[in-house]
Design a protein around this ligand. Structure first.
Ligand code: SF4
Ligand code: SF4
Length: 352
């Protein structure tokens, strides 16, 4: 008899309202080394016997090509093992955070996700997600195993320890109180949040650079250059196809169109509803000696806004030469260039 899998509900309320269709020729999510769960190993080996797996701890990953290249199975921007690609690839662009619950969220860096409605986002919605995500959510549910309830319980224990520690100093605030407060007045990035980030150097390794899709053959990587930020097109086989352009990052918040501001605020509201935000904030609070949860969330939202505007501004400047106002499309491109990096930050919870 097959072992009974634990029942762990997946909160999909942050998926409701989005539409999605993978964009042929994109390949952005394949510039990675995906985890190969044990159940996916044999089907993959049967289809491509020569695959190169790398072990890290007890897990195995599909090796990417060196120098920032794509996964070894990407050929002509298509997956050579598409029907048997490992679960994390089937699941993308859904990411799941295991904290006090298993919460699914949409990775907004994926250019197949329609962001047109983001400006109208007000909070988690009830109802069923679009069938566009049926396969991805099935892959996510398929990853729930005997260890998932244990990891959830451990997450809750960690959160309780943090609550006790911060409550002693009067720093603790419950998520829902903080969410309600900031939903009413979402913070803006101020001049003090700029410059938003120091660009990493290309010499740090192409595989460590932030990536985004820009309609080219490979993703563009963001790196430090003489003029501030440079964009480089990555090649699937490794290395770069050359610079796309260079631009200085803004030193104060760039002016925004009304539609651009609505999209940015919708994005920040979406972040507010991600449990991962609180996982990141609680962890950061351990390093800082003061400030309540609300104060740290405000700082985090302001820094997210600054990051989006900074990358949007660099990209728009490279495309148009000069920018007097960021359009809605600019802001959405800034969100796409930012979301995956922000989702990858450490938290006290864990990804599924
Ligand atoms: S990033 Fe999105 S659109 Fe691009 S290949 Fe991956 S799933 Fe498809
Ligand atoms: S296994 Fe296929 S889908 Fe997954 S990263 Fe590699 S090429 Fe992309």
């Amino acid at each position: 008899m097959a072992p009974r899998l634990p029942i762990v509900p997946v909160d999909t309320s942050l998926v409701v309202g989005f539409r999605y269709a993978c964009r042929p020729g994109c390949g952005l999510c394949c510039y990675a080394e995906p985890l190969v769960p044990p159940a996916d190993r044999l089907p993959l080996l049967r289809r491509v016997p020569e695959i190169h797996l790398v072990a890290r701890g007890r897990d195995e990953f599909l090796a990417a090509r060196p120098e920032g290249g794509a996964c070894q199975l990407l050929a002509g921007n298509r997956c050579r093992a598409h029907p048997v690609r490992p679960a994390p690839c089937r699941q993308f662009p859904i990411a799941a955070h295991l904290g006090g619950r298993l919460q699914a969220t949409v990775v907004l860096s994926c250019p197949g996700v329609d962001l047109a409605g983001l400006g109208a986002y007000r909070g988690p919605a009830s109802g069923d997600p679009s069938p566009d995500f049926d396969e991805e959510l099935a892959a996510l549910r398929g990853r729930i195993d005997a260890g998932t309830p244990r990891r959830l319980a451990e997450g809750l224990r960690r959160r309780d320890r943090l609550r006790r520690e911060f409550a002693r100093d009067g720093r603790w605030e419950e998520e829902e109180e903080v969410r309600a407060r900031f939903r009413r007045a979402i913070p803006d990035a101020g001049p003090e949040e700029f410059p938003a980030e120091a660009p990493p150097a290309r010499a740090d390794g192409l595989e460590h650079l932030p990536l985004s899709f820009d309609g080219r053959d490979g993703p563009v990587a963001w790196a430090a250059g003489l003029g501030g930020w440079e964009l480089w097109e990555l090649r699937p086989d490794g290395g770069t196809a050359g610079p796309v352009g260079v631009a200085s990052p803004p030193t104060r918040p760039p002016p925004l169109s009304d539609a651009g501001r609505r999209s940015l605020q919708g994005y920040l509201r979406y972040w507010l509803d991600r449990d991962l935000l609180f996982g990141v904030v609680h962890l950061a609070m351990l390093e800082g000696s003061d400030g309540t949860v609300g104060a740290w969330v405000e700082a985090e939202l302001r820094s997210i806004a600054a990051l989006v505007l900074s990358r949007a501004s660099v990209r728009a400047t490279i495309q148009r030469g000069s920018v007097d106002r960021l359009t809605d499309d600019d802001v959405l491109a800034g969100i796409r260039a930012t979301d995956q990096d922000l989702l990858d930050r450490p938290t006290w919870g864990s990804p599924l």
